[in-house]
Design a protein around this ligand. Structure first.
Ligand code: ADP
Length: 459
């Protein structure tokens, strides 16, 4: 239990560690790709601009010259601080609007990007980072923080810049100086889905990383399942040894007591009692012998391959013989009915193993019953298969146990292990014999209602 928990905890910790490591690696990769994307589009834009020749600002220059000349006059007349701020805002907006109208390179850049084999859909924007109106004095109309930082001027810029979003890439920076103004501005491109672009480029690494996590998880699950299976088998073996010891001790104890009885004086004079005790010793010795033979048989079955000695028999007749001899022995108290529909079919089966298989099913039907056993044996032919169905009204088998009853040493309802004696081998042999004949055996059952075992063997 403790070993299992340690393996589980260590396994989960290892998986978490691997996932964390992968996340860190991927985040680094993502950041790197993001930077590469910025560099690529910046260099593409600069190439495009270089190819088109120097960026002409003539129209902008003229319009803004005219506008700023007018504005210089207006500014001189404004004394109120708030009014001045409003005027600055108006000037800034006008400059921005003119730039974005007159210097829009969208279509040129787009076709250049496409030509180079890159993404061509983006939004284009020009953002002013610093704007000054100059006359005899210089009036700072707008100064963004990024501009200040870039120039090592620290904080203290005017108004927070509404300039960029995380997905924007600044591709070109320029400066324009007119008669009454000077300003710096940047060209930005915005991909509507920049994440998708990065994802496309990191897809292979992402996939490998996910796969490696998946492989680790699968390996862990397989190892854990094997460990559980090993543990289950070792538990079953311990149960088997306990059961076997219990089974062997019972006849041995009877023989010991019988021996002691024979030593008693008053018994030795009573011939009837001596005979009775001798018979008891004989019976228990046979039982002991049977148990020892069974143990030998188990190890033999394990070591050697199943060798079937098949003979052709009339299945209905053969079944009838097996069931009748069962009725005269272990099954004498059971209400046992038979119904066969084999249409005189003759099939090849190993007579000894086949008998053992049917007997095991029948004796379980009697054994696992808490009332008078009512058993029905049906036989029929279906899709070139011999089908034999043994149904009982016994204690039934839970869904969970149904999955394991054919396993070696498996005994259901361990709480009742001594109420119903057994070694957990009967159904294991049934399955082995049926499989050796090329068939299969299944069980359906409801606890408290009874069980149905169906054997199917091709003929
Ligand atoms: P054993 O009878 O020696 O325990 P088996 O392999 O024959 O071993 O059966 C395995 C387990 O399946 C049994 O311990 C019992 O719990 C359950 N089982 C088998 N047959 C029946 C049945 N007809 N009705 C209810 N339980 C059964």
């Amino acid at each position: 239990m403790q070993k299992r928990n340690t393996v589980l905890t260590l396994g989960i910790l290892a998986i978490l560690f691997i996932i964390a490591a992968q996340v860190i690696i991927l985040r680094g990769l993502w950041k790197q790709q993001n930077e590469m994307l910025t560099l690529r589009y910046r260099s593409l834009t600069q190439d495009a601009v270089r190819r088109a020749g120097p960026v002409a600002h003539d129209t902008v220059w003229l319009i803004l010259n005219k506008y700023s000349e007018k504005v210089v006059g207006e500014l001189a007349g404004i004394k109120d601080k708030q009014k001045l701020e409003e005027k600055k805002k108006e000037i800034f907006e006008y400059f921005t609007a003119v730039l974005n109208r007159e210097q829009d390179f969208t279509s040129y850049l787009s076709s250049y990007f496409e030509e180079q084999g890159f993404e061509k859909n983006f939004n284009f924007r020009i953002v002013i980072t610093n704007l000054e109106i100059t006359n005899s004095d210089t009036l700072v109309v707008y100064r963004s923080e990024s501009f200040l930082n870039r120039r090592g001027m620290g904080q203290g810029g005017i108004s927070a810049p509404p300039e960029t979003s995380k997905s924007s890439i600044s591709v070109l920076r320029q400066r324009l100086i007119g008669n009454y103004y000077a300003f710096y501005f940047e060209y930005y491109i915005d991909f509507s889905d920049k994440q998708k672009l990065i994802l496309r480029e990191t897809a292979v690494s992402l996939l490998i990383s996910l796969l490696s996590i998946l492989v680790v998880v699968i390996i862990f699950l397989i190892t854990y399942r094997n460990l559980m299976e090993e543990k289950r088998l070792s538990n079953l073996k311990t149960d088997f040894i306990n059961n076997m010891t219990h089974e062997l001790k019972t006849p041995l104890a009877t023989i010991t007591v019988a021996g002691k009885t024979l030593e008693m004086e008053q018994i030795r004079t009573d011939e009837m009692k001596i005979l009775e005790t001798a018979k008891l010793i004989g019976k228990q010795s046979i039982h002991l012998n049977q148990l020892i033979n069974m143990i030998l048989e188990i190890s033999m079955w394990e070591r050697t391959e199943f060798q079937l000695d098949k003979k052709k028999v009339d299945i209905a007749e053969f079944m009838n013989d097996i069931v009748n001899s069962f009725k005269t022995g272990y099954g004498n108290a059971a209400d046992l009915t038979e119904k066969y529909n084999f249409n005189g079919l003759k099939a090849d089966v190993d007579l000894v193993y086949f008998t053992t298989m049917i007997n095991n099913l029948l004796s379980n039907a009697v054994k696992y019953s808490d009332k008078d056993p009512v058993i029905s044996v049906e036989g029929f032919v279906e899709d070139k298969n011999i089908c034999i169905r043994v149904s009982d009204n016994g204690i039934g088998i839970s869904k969970m146990d149904q999955k394991h009853v054919f396993d070696k040493f498996y005994r259901a309802s361990s709480g009742n292990i001594h109420k119903y004696k057994g070694l957990g081998l009967g159904l294991y042999y049934v399955k082995k014999i049926v499989v050796a004949h090329g068939g299969d055996v299944t069980v359906t059952s409801k606890p408290g209602k009874g069980s149905i075992f169906t054997v199917t063997i091709p003929y």
